[in-house]
Design a protein around this ligand. Structure first.
Ligand code: MD3
Ligand code: FE
Length: 200
């Protein structure tokens, strides 16, 4: 495994091998069945290109009511539990005893992207965020703790883990594009990104 540190954002290239990635996809299958991906909309009504769902006591949603963490899927049911394989990843990477209460699942189909933003909807911003990339390659952009200024980009591949802690926790970041069809991990192509957080 090779490690890269960009502005305090720790990128663990190849943290999960092929079989471990396949096991995670299997573990996520019932989660996606219980809590189907939906298309979130910005508070202004504009849809995001990324589809989302969550696992755990809290999930992140955005709609005309704004951005927030809530205990239910937009269709009304509780989010499914975070699979043990995913919790193991969090504990292994962070060394924290406390479990995350949110696993946000982002799905990038062809042409999907995520604009530069900060993650600051969590109650305590001192907890780290752990991200796992599965499927197609994605061009990840890292900026600064305030808007504007120079940015740096790095390709994230399937099996890469990103850890954001300390001052890097408040860095602007986004996904410019994916290389649709670059991986065969997901039968329909695209990219799944899991972000693990202590949100509540
Ligand atoms: C750097 N997701 O869900 S994951 C998000 O690939 C999000 O779907 C992207 O940004 C994705 O909020 C990027 C890597 C990541 C996640 C959170 C961060 C990088 C971060 C928080 C602070 C700094
Ligand atoms: Fe983010």
């Amino acid at each position: 495994m090779t490690m890269l540190n960009l502005r305090g954002v720790e990128i663990r290239k190849g943290a999960l091998d092929g079989p471990a990635q396949a096991r995670l996809i299997e573990a996520l299958r019932p989660v996606l069945k219980a809590a189907p991906l939906f298309t979130p909309t910005m508070p202004n009504g504009k849809p995001l290109s990324v589809r989302m769902t969550s696992a755990g006591p809290l999930g992140w949603v955005t709609d005309k009511g704004g951005y927030r963490y809530q205990p239910t899927h937009p269709k009304g049911m509780a989010w499914p539990a975070i699979p043990p394989e995913v919790l193991d990843l969090w504990h292994g990477v962070t060394g924290q005893d406390r479990a995350p209460d949110c696993c946000l699942i982002n799905y990038y189909g062809e042409g999907a992207r995520m604009g530069l933003h900060q993650d600051r909807d969590e109650a305590d911003l001192n907890w780290p965020v752990v991200s796992l990339s599965l499927g197609d390659d994605a061009l990840f952009r890292i900026g600064n703790t305030s808007r504007g200024g120079k940015t740096e980009s790095v390709w994230l591949n399937s099996g890469d883990v990103v850890v954001m802690g300390g001052p890097a926790r408040l860095i602007y970041h986004g996904i410019d594009r994916i290389r649709f069809g670059s991986s065969r991990l997901l039968p329909k192509g695209g990219r799944l990104n899991l972000t693990l957080r202590v949100a509540g």
